[in-house]
Design a protein around this ligand. Structure first.
Ligand SMILES: NC(=O)c1ccc[n+]([C@@H]2O[C@H](COP(=O)([O-])OP(=O)(O)OC[C@H]3O[C@@H](n4cnc5c(N)ncnc54)[C@H](OP(=O)(O)O)[C@@H]3O)[C@@H](O)[C@H]2O)c1
Length: 288
């Protein structure tokens, strides 16, 4: 089971739950988060625990591609991919590849990684992709004319748009991958006391940390909401769903628009340099 952003917060806590349940977990993180050390710690959770690691800066598509190639070589069968790495950036930044950082990390990267790992997921089927979504998607709008906030940027707007886009991707991949044995769902982990937003200095970063201190739940509690989506038999065959507090809930009307989802997937495929496959006929998210 591959978990991105497993060096801290929700990803790390989820990795611990899954390792304790007997899964072999691959910790994906940036070198600065020391995924090797995290994997070693996970491997010592119990005598039967095992974990591996891989390094990638997932905001760089070149590194996402290298990561996928490395994982496909080492793990021809993958049972689960948790697209957890993500962040909020209160000032606009571009990656060295010229992509706005929120869009690159929260949307393009999970889209590209999921697609590149599909052969191993199909080989590992029944397999699951779990995208870490957010209730923030409800305030999100797809600014089709300026998805990367070149004209006008706000960190919150970029973040809520990114989580809305991730839901559109979740539903579209679920439709496209119906019948492959690979399901795709999104889960909201709750408001969690992690390092989320701590990369931002100044008032907004401080306000987020203050609110976390007052209202947020622990990463361990969040992991108890995420881990079942990864391997509880109760969720077998469920695809194209948004889950909050262990229940399927409706997401925003915008996120349910199949035409928008199709348009977005075509856009992301072009941006990521993936072949543009023909869509399945649009239909409501399904159980499949
Ligand atoms: N916290 C919340 O209240 C909340 C609520 C809803 C949804 N979420 C979502 O939950 C997910 C996990 O967030 P968290 O709260 O656990 O925050 P976190 O503690 O900051 O963890 C984020 C993880 O992503 C990794 N990451 C960040 N940038 C990366 C990059 N460029 N390449 C590779 N890995 C990178 C981080 O690794 P490094 O050690 O390298 O930084 C870290 O392991 C995110 O998608 C977030 O949007 C969080």
């Amino acid at each position: 089971m591959v978990i991105t952003g497993a060096t801290s917060g929700i990803g790390r806590a989820t990795a611990r739950v899954l390792v304790r349940r007997g899964a072999h977990v691959v910790v994906v993180g940036r070198a600065s988060g020391d995924p090797e050390r995290v994997a070693e710690a996970l491997g010592s959770e119990s005598p039967s625990a095992s974990a591996s690691w891989a390094v990638a800066d997932l905001s760089r598509m070149e590194e996402v591609r290298a990561l996928a190639a490395d994982l496909l070589r080492r793990f021809p069968r993958i049972q689960a991919l948790v697209n957890n790495a993500g962040g909020i950036f209160f000032t606009r930044q571009e990656t060295p590849e010229g992509i706005e950082r929120t869009w690159a990390l929260n949307v393009l990267s999970p889209f590209l990684l999921s697609n590149l790992l599909l052969p191993a997921l199909v080989a590992g089927a029944p397999a699951r992709v779990v995208n870490i979504g957010s209730e923030a998607h409800r305030t999100g709008k797809m600014r089709w004319e300026d998805l990367e906030g070149r004209g006008r940027y706000s960190g919150w707007r970029a973040y809520s748009q990114s989580k809305l886009a991730l839901l559109l991707v979740t539903y579209e991949l679920a439709r496209r991958w119906a019948g492959t044995g690979v399901v795709v769902n999104a889960v909201h982990p709750g408001f969690v006391r992690s390092r989320f937003g701590h990369n931002n200095p100044g008032f907004k970063g401080g306000a987020l940390r203050f609110a976390e201190g007052l209202f947020a739940i622990s990463p361990d509690r969040a992991a108890r909401a995420v881990a079942p989506m990864v391997n509880d038999p109760g969720w077998n065959g469920i695809t194209g769903r948004y889950i909050r507090r262990h229940r399927v809930v409706g997401s925003s009307p915008t996120s349910m628009d199949p035409a928008a989802a199709e348009h977005l997937v075509q856009f992301l495929s072009r941006q990521a340099g993936l072949p543009i496959s023909s869509p399945r006929p649009p239909s409501a998210p399904t159980r499949g």
